[in-house]
Design a protein around this ligand. Structure first.
Ligand code: MRU
Length: 405
């Protein structure tokens, strides 16, 4: 267990302590989420039956913690599109395990590859905005194609999916380590007061395999004893903030307050927000950030109030082809019902769905928006922090950057 020393007001001393903390964090096993004292990932291969994939059904949270078994790739497609699994990293891992399930279902010999290739096409269409899904499915498909006989192909699919899940968890941990100094610096300026961080949607461990992106630095700071407080946007229409982020933060004991999506601007004007940290479903190599609908408005308000706006981005969420995010990133449009109805508990504690918009009024439901790079203060990645522009992103990821211009 890392022990926080008494605060000594000395820069060199702080640096040594920070290095010790980082090395403790690195040695610690890669796990974040604990529910009722037990560590969970958001997706895993069943311990008793390796032909079954377990997921935490996020449509039941925060009222019920349900683990669901997924047995076919079509079931996985449904889990992704119905958002039982959601969040950029997690749908990537789910797509990868979906490919493994497809390899188990595929007929032998000549029928095998056409079956898995078709499954790959269908899986990739389950949700269009987060690039991680396409990235992970392509990766597993390639491993399958390169492996030898059918049994080797199935083994290759499982290995590739497990690697994607492990890599996801490891990446989230590194993002926490890299983002931590931003919070520590703000804390030093706040002298004794908590650092107020506003976040939108859910980019915590539920959105990935473990750890998360935007919340990972928050968890790292909280564990280190840095005082933090999170403003949680409720995130209509599906309320991932109110229902998932708040649940996660409660489980981890991180002080937080749920606010309506419209409150952030006022809080920023009142100097009650020190920084904004959001995740990303797809980030262009030029630094435009696609994230849950409403993120752009928060970035505008942050810019107007001179508040740093950070995007925490896994390298698997970068799009190395698209340069103009506003024009080119595909924006998912979801069912009207998500806007028309809202779900909660009634007075007896039973889940109920109630209508908030009448049938007479049409509704619109774009699920994501794009924040242009000029509004993004910096991007926190697993390799370090870079500016939201082509030059800085290319020098952080020279192995992935392709010169498209
Ligand atoms: O529609 P969701 O819940 O899958 O949305 C994705 C997100 O969780 C957010 O946009 C998040 O901030 C991106 S990082 C996972």
């Amino acid at each position: 267990m890392y022990k926080k020393p008494d605060n000594k007001n000395n820069k060199a001393y702080e640096l040594i302590e920070f290095k010790k903390y980082v090395s403790w964090l690195k040695r610690k096993k890669t796990k974040e989420m604990e529910v009722n004292g037990r560590h969970y990932r958001t997706i895993w291969v069943d311990g008793d039956n390796p032909n079954v994939i377990n997921i935490i059904d996020q449509t039941k949270l925060p009222y019920r913690f349900d683990v669901k078994q997924v047995r076919t790739y079509n079931e996985m497609i449904r889990s992704i599109s119905d958002m039982e699994v959601r969040g950029a990293g997690l749908i990537g891992a789910a797509g990868a395990y979906g490919m493994y399930l497809a390899s188990l279902e595929a007929p032998g010999d000549e029928g095998f590859l056409p079956f898995v290739n078709n499954a790959a096409q269908k899986l990739k269409k389950a949700r269009p905005t987060a690039i991680n899904l396409e990235w992970a499915v392509d990766k597993v498909e390639k491993e399958i194609e390169q492996a030898g006989n059918t049994a080797e192909k199935v083994a290759a699919a499982l290995k590739a999916a497990n690697n994607i899940a492990d890599e996801d968890a490891e990446t989230g941990k590194k993002i926490g380590i890299n983002g931590l100094p931003l919070i520590e610096r703000a804390s030093a300026d706040n002298i004794g007061k908590p650092v107020n961080i506003l976040t939108h949607c859910n980019a915590g461990w539920l959105a990935f395999v473990d750890h998360g992106s935007a919340l990972s630095p928050v968890y790292a700071a909280h564990k280190k004893g840095v005082k933090v407080h999170v403003w949680v946007d409720e995130t209509r229409p599906r309320n991932q903030g109110a229902m998932l982020t708040a649940w996660e933060l409660s489980k981890a004991g991180v002080p937080h307050t749920v606010i309506t999506d419209n409150e952030g601007g006022l809080l920023m004007q009142k100097k009650m927000v020190d920084m904004v940290i959001v995740g990303s479903d797809r980030t262009t190599y030029t630094g435009d950030v696609a994230n849950k609908i409403g993120t752009y408005l928060k970035a505008l308000a942050a810019y107007d109030n001179n508040i740093p706006f950070y995007a925490a981005v896994y390298s698997s969420s970068f799009d190395w082809i698209i340069s103009d995010g506003v024009r080119e990133i595909p924006i998912e449009q979801r069912s009207d019902d998500e806007v028309r109805f809202i779900t909660g508990l009634d007075e007896s504690g039973k889940p109920v769905k109630v209508a908030v918009v009448t049938e007479e009024s049409p509704v619109s439901n774009y699920a994501f928006d794009v924040t242009p790079a000029r509004l993004v203060t910096a991007i926190i990645t697993e390799r370090g922090i870079c500016d939201a522009n082509k030059k800085s992103i290319a020098s952080m990821f020279p192995d992935k950057f392709r010169n498209n211009d």
